[in-house]
Design a protein around this ligand. Structure first.
Ligand code: ADP
Ligand code: MG
Length: 238
């Protein structure tokens, strides 16, 4: 599958300066991508646009070459394929228990309770949460919350996963666990797009780096092509 941004402009209500300013981008399933750029460069906006929470003011989002429709069924189709894990897991976890939270997505997709149950158990195992299914989400540690939020999205079997700075607030051990989940996910053929400020992580983990600046793509390519002294000097002199 292929997710394409064509000249995408996103402007938040009441603001004049676009948060995304003409983004052209193509992502294929199976890719491992790091999305980098300073605070306010548009990383989160790009992710929220990818699954239709935000809508381009100008330009278009295409799934397998077909323009995304922003009605109920079009958004459902988009979200079945494109998942986003928010930067703050508390924005994503609503339910009384981890089990209920992970089951929300599959139930919303129209799966039966027993199919949803299978998905929950599988995903919980994949994310190392099997022992925590009855735990209230507010009683989870930071790393557990991140994994629960991730599991809730993965239970919908997305083909593109956008993970917004999910490794940021974690200790090194938890961070490693989350990275391993993302790694296995990419190996299974899902595209994984990770927003991060961690440049060493980005260059070690990603096949492609997308570097945003002021809502536009400043550079993109293989880590060794993107993270060069020249590009960093150009970036700083802007
Ligand atoms: N909910 C919002 N309302 C208005 N402006 C926003 C909102 N979220 C982000 N912005 C603005 O959009 C731009 C891009 O922000 P964002 O996508 O959050 O960047 P990043 O994730 O790279 O830090 C910034 O100028 C930011 O202030
Ligand atoms: Mg952000």
């Amino acid at each position: 599958m292929r997710l394409t941004f064509i000249d995408v402009h996103v402007i938040y209500p009441g603001l004049e300066i676009p948060a995304l300013n003409g983004v052209n981008l193509e992502i294929m399933t199976g890719e491992r991508i790091a999305l980098v750029g300073r605070n306010g460069s548009g990383k989160s906006t790009l992710m929220l646009t990818a699954n239709g929470i935000l809508r381009p003011r100008q330009g278009a989002l295409l799934l397998d070459g077909q323009p995304v429709r922003y009605d109920r069924s079009g958004l459902r189709e988009l979200r079945r394929n494109v998942g986003v894990v928010f930067q703050n897991p508390d924005d994503q976890l609503f339910s009384a228990s981890v089990y209920q939270d992970i089951s929300l997505g599959p139930l919303n997709l129209g799966l039966s309770h027993s199919e949803a149950r299978d998905r929950v158990l599988q995903t919980a195992e994949f994310c190392g949460l099997s022992n925590l299914l009855e735990r209230p989400t507010h009683a989870l540690s930071g790393g557990e919350k991140t994994r629960a939020a991730l599991a809730g999205v993965l239970a919908m079997s997305p083909r593109f996963l956008f993970a917004d700075e999910v490794t940021n607030s974690l200790d090194p051990w938890m961070r490693q666990q989350v990275l391993e989940i993302l790694e296995r996910l990419a190996d299974s053929g899902c595209a994984v797009i990770l927003a991060t400020h961690d440049w060493p992580l980005a260059s070690a983990w990603a096949q492609r780096i997308i570097w945003l600046e002021g809502g536009s793509i400043f550079r993109q390519g293989k880590p060794a092509e993107v993270i060069t002294a020249h590009n960093i000097d150009t970036f700083k002199s802007r």
